[in-house]
Structures are given as structure tokens and as C-alpha cells.
Design a protein around this ligand. Structure first.
Ligand code: KIV
Ligand code: ZN
Length: 388
């Protein structure tokens, strides 16, 4: 089956930085951007150039440092924002301006205090202004997840006619559900007459824990760019996690008709760097990048994995940048895992009865301790030998 390209647009340095307490210095952003480039991310949103002089400098520094990924700056649908974004992107080998305006009734009425017709006019003006400064322009309908479909069709058609080549449909407040969000994307692509002149993108927030599911539902209905962040960082509950999108598409190639350019081996090192720089720890059970993502503690699972890895693993730990999967010895571990670990440590018992004694001591210790380390095993072997 021939596959479409799925563009990975990473916004760790922009939306990710909007996580309260996650702000990054210019040098830190450059360091992460280089790792994203190495991972072969297609588009790196480096910041919101007009937000502060520091953000302007960071976008510019990333634009200077990165060669093969496209570097993007966010800009409201305002001339000044767009001009500042273009200036910051001046050094970019490949640049993009990402301009946005809100399209939901609640945002238009209370936040923008504008009539829908004025919103369309401002969007068109913004896209044309950006296109006069740069070839690659993305337009986003902020709060599209709560916008009316007829209005979305009208504004998106107008933005494409004005020159936007990527149309982003954000679920800004994480309100969508997979079936409904997929349907929205399908409606837009089938109803808008000039839809074939743009790539449809999605940008899902995780307020209901559905950001990845919503993004993937959109991919099934024709979205060909996903906006996401390392470790799912982002405003409030965060964005769709890059590592989950990339590995879902790759692992379930039977379902998703797309492939990314990402080299997944860089995922874990990049996750670690983002976590260290932002000070945001990765939860142990986080998919792909959590420390337990490839660890097995229960005896039944350990026994299965030792016999055939795929009994309990759907991905290879090494493929995403872990050194190895982990058999963690604890109270649920079985004899096979225990014996295997002893062999790996070069410990052999002469008799089966010695092994039985050691295994009994191990179980007693495991009831008192969460995890049994190699040093515990060494001590336990000494006790066993003394007892026999
Ligand atoms: O969540 C959102 O709507 C955004 C846009 C600016 C793309 O971050
Ligand atoms: Zn967002």
C-alpha cells in the first residue's frame, strides 16, 4: 500500500513553552531545535516572535541554527505580528509564518468582539500580508473544535484563496471527541471547493486526554500534518505527544495510510533533554518515553518476554532510543526472570535446592522492597550459600 507523507510539526518550543513554568532560554531552544532537526521533524515552531524580545531572539537563533527542518513563527492575524515574525525568520533556510484568528462563536463574541464577516476579512488580509513576505503560510482557525462547520468552510476557503498552503484546525480547548473531530476534517476536505490546494493540519489539546486519539482520527479522514510536542508538553493539559503520534502511525501501519520522516531512535534522548531543560518530569508510565514503558515486572509477563519478546511488547525499546527493555525484579517476578538475571550476573548455583533457597529469600525480600537491584541479589546469594 503506498503511503502519504504525514508532516510532523513540532511546537514544543512554542505551545510547549506555554506550559506554566516551562519557559526556555534562547540557547536551550536552539539545543532542542537541533535535536528535533536530527530526529527529522518537518516543521519546528520556534516561538511567537512578537511575544517578547527574548522570543524574537530565540526564533531568529533557531532559524540560524537549523537547516533541514522548516522553522516557523506564530503570529496573530495582525500586520505588526506578521512583520515581526518575518523579520525573525529572515535567516531561515526554510521558513513559515503561522497566522491565526479565533473562529468559534464564544471567541468571536467575547474575546475578539468582532462580527464573523470581520473575522474573515482580517484572516484574508493576514494571509495576504504574510504571503507578500514569505512563500510558506499556515493559517489556523483558533478554537475550531467549537466553531460552526459552515463558518469554518467559508473562512478556510477564503484563506486558501488568499494564499495559505497549510490549514490548521486546532481543538484549542481539548473539547473534541475522535469520531466528531474526524468528521469535521472530512467535512472540510469534501465541502471546500479549493481544499486540494492546501494541506490540512490538526492541533489537538489534551484537556480530556484525547489529543492523540483526536489527531489520529483526523489523519484517517485526510489530515496530513499533525502538530504535537515532545512529552505532550503544552498549554494546560498539553498537546498531542509527538512520540505517541509517530509510533502509533508506525506500529499500526495496517491502519494509518501515512508515514512520517521521523527517525524514532532520537525520541528518548530528546524527551530526556526537554524534561531536563523544562524541569517537567516524565511520568513513569508515560507511553514510549516513560521509564516503565518497556519494563516488565510480573512473572507471567517476564516469562513471556524471555521466551518471545513480542508476547508483551508491540515496539522495540531500542527503536525509540532506549538501550534495552527492562526486566524489573519485584514481588510479582517469577523464577524464570530470577534465574535469567542471576545468569546475566554470572551467578550459577550447583544444585536446584540452592536456587530454591535463593528464590524463597528473594520473594521474602521483594515483599519488603519495591524493586530488587543487582546488589540485593549479590547479598542474597551470599546468604543462600551460607545457609546451604
Ligand atoms: O491551541 C491553539 O489554538 C493554538 C493556535 C495558536 C494554533 O495553539
Ligand atoms: Zn495550542
Amino acid at each position: 500500500m503506498s503511503k502519504d507523507a504525514l508532516i510532523i510539526f513540532d511546537t514544543t518550543l512554542r505551545d510547549g513553552e506555554q506550559s506554566p513554568g516551562a519557559s526556555m532560554t534562547k540557547d536551550e531552544k536552539v539545543r532542542i531545535a537541533k535535536m528535533l532537526e536530527k530526529m527529522r521533524v518537518d516543521v519546528i515552531e520556534a516561538g511567537f516572535a512578537i511575544a517578547s524580545p527574548g522570543d524574537f531572539d530565540a526564533v531568529k537563533a533557531v532559524a540560524e541554527a537549523v537547516q533541514t527542518s522548516r522553522v516557523c513563527s506564530l503570529a496573530r492575524a495582525l500586520e505588526k505580528d506578521i512583520q515581526v515574525a518575518a523579520e525573525a525568520l529572515q535567516p531561515a533556510a526554510l521558513g513559515r509564518i503561522h497566522t491565526f484568528i479565533a473562529t468559534s462563536p464564544i471567541h468571536m463574541q467575547y474575546k475578539l468582539q468582532m462580527q464573523p464577516e470581520q473575522v474573515i476579512e482580517q484572516a484574508v488580509h493576514a494571509v495576504k500580508t504574510a504571503r507578500n513576505l514569505i512563500d510558506d503560510v499556515e493559517f489556523s482557525c483558533e478554537d475550531a473544535g467549537r466553531s460552526e462547520i459552515d463558518f469554518l468552510c467559508r473562512i478556510v476557503e477564503a484563506a486558501i484563496a488568499a494564499g495559505a498552503r497549510t490549514i490548521n484546525i486546532p481543538d484549542t480547548v481539548g473539547y473534541a471527541s475522535p469520531e466528531q473531530f474526524g468528521h469535521t476534517i472530512e467535512q472540510l476536505i469534501t465541502r471546500i471547493p479549493n481544499a486540494d490546494q492546501a494541506i490540512f493540519s490538526v492541533h489537538c489539546h489534551n484537556d480530556l486526554g484525547l489529543a492523540v486519539a483526536n489527531s489520529l482520527a483526523a489523519v484517517l479522514k485526510g489530515a496530513r500534518q499533525v502538530e504535537c510536542t515532545i512529552n505532550g508538553l503544552g498549554e494546560r493539559a498539553g498537546n498531542a505527544a509527538l512520540e505517541e503520534i509517530v509510533m502509533a502511525v508506525r506500529t499500526r501501519a495496517d491502519i494509518y495510510p501515512v508515514e512520517t520522516r521521523i527517525d524514532p531512535v532520537h525520541i528518548v534522548p530528546t524527551s530526556r533533554t526537554v524534561s531536563t531543560i523544562t524541569g517537567f518530569a516524565v511520568q513513569p508510565n508515560k507511553a514510549i518515553v516513560g521509564k516503565n514503558a518497556f519494563a516488565h515486572e510480573s512473572g507471567i509477563h517476564q516469562d513471556g518476554v524471555l521466551k518471545h519478546r513480542e508476547t508483551y511488547e508491540i515496539m522495540r525499546a531500542q527503536d525509540v532510543g532506549w538501550h534495552t527493555n527492562a526486566i524489573v525484579l519485584g514481588k510479582h517476578s517469577g523464577r524464570n526472570a530470577f534465574r535469567t538475571r542471576l545468569q546475566e550476573l554470572g551467578i550459577h548455583f550447583e544444585t536446584e535446592s540452592e536456587l530454591n533457597t535463593a528464590f524463597t529469600l528473594f520473594k521474602q525480600l521483594a515483599d519488603k522492597k519495591h524493586e530488587i537491584y543487582d546488589e540485593d541479589l549479590q547479598a542474597l546469594v551470599t546468604d543462600t550459600r551460607a545457609a546451604n
